[in-house]
Design a protein around this ligand. Structure first.
Ligand SMILES: [Fe+2]
Ligand SMILES: [Fe+2]
Length: 248
């Protein structure tokens, strides 16, 4: 029994591709085929696969249906968390999604799922992505204040949601946690954030995140061991479409 994670599948079996570069980038050519082959090679039906947001370019459930069919065809238990491009997913209607797609797909938002005695807690998260002002050498010397203050509000809201989920899991007796964020835990101008503080407060064992894709974004946030816990970027193109084994 193992736990795997990957994010940013950006499927488009039933919808229009929004980022044309996805067609020409060698890392994305036939990525659905590559990913399914890798899953079938590595994952058994006893394993759990967490898909960390940006599942589909579909704007609604009808457009996403073929993408969900694809995800259903992958081996193992599938848990989906929310990404910024998941237009089909209204956070307040997550229970409805679970009603529609149970038992094959689990949509995790506000609350937790379990893997053995570990609570899996997830949030879309958020982080400030600019615009940044650069000097001639490419160093960041400033940023758009208005965008930053808007981002701060979204970060706060997501952090509150996340804390509520941790508290729920803790109240139910869970003491071990893995945190899944779609956005990276820190922006390019931060070393720490409210998300790294939350990870420390609940003594999270591992922090898994996605969203950073395209080679220039792979090193935007924390990777590896940091302040006693492990941080892993699991965007699909970063992993070459090989799901990352988190435990087991
Ligand atoms: Fe993405
Ligand atoms: Fe994203």
């Amino acid at each position: 029994m193992s736990l795997y994670a990957i994010g940013d599948l950006h499927l488009h079996f039933g919808s229009e591709l929004k980022v044309r570069s996805q067609l020409s980038d060698p890392l994305w050519v036939d990525h659905e085929i590559t990913f399914k082959e890798n899953c079938r090679r590595l994952i058994t039906d006893e394993d759990t696969l967490v898909l960390v947001g940006d599942h589909s370019w579909g704007r609604n459930l009808t457009e996403c249906e073929p993408d969900f069919d694809y995800i259903r065809s992958l081996p193992g238990r599938k848990i989906l968390t929310r990404g910024n491009h998941d237009m089909f997913w209204d956070a307040k209607k997550t229970a409805k999604l679970n009603e529609l797609y149970a038992p094959e797909l689990t949509f995790l938002q506000d609350g937790y799922e379990t893997y053995g005695d570990i609570a899996l807690v997830a949030s879309k998260g958020f982080c400030f992505e600019g615009p940044f002002y650069l000097d001639k050498r490419g160093n960041i010397i400033g940023y758009d204040e208005e965008n930053k203050s808007h981002a701060d509000k979204l970060v706060k809201r997501e952090a509150e949601r996340l804390i509520a989920s941790f508290e729920k899991a803790r109240a139910d007796g869970y003491k071990k946690f893995i945190l899944f964020l779609h956005y990276p835990p820190t922006s390019v101008i931060e070393k720490d954030s409210i998300f790294t503080s939350i990870a420390a407060r609940y003594n999270v064992y591992q922090v898994i995140y996605a969203h950073c894709h395209g080679k220039s974004r792979f090193h935007d946030s924390i990777e590896g061991k940091y302040r006693g816990r492990e941080y892993s970027l699991v965007s699909g193109d970063y992993l070459n479409w090989v799901p990352k084994k988190i435990m087991g």
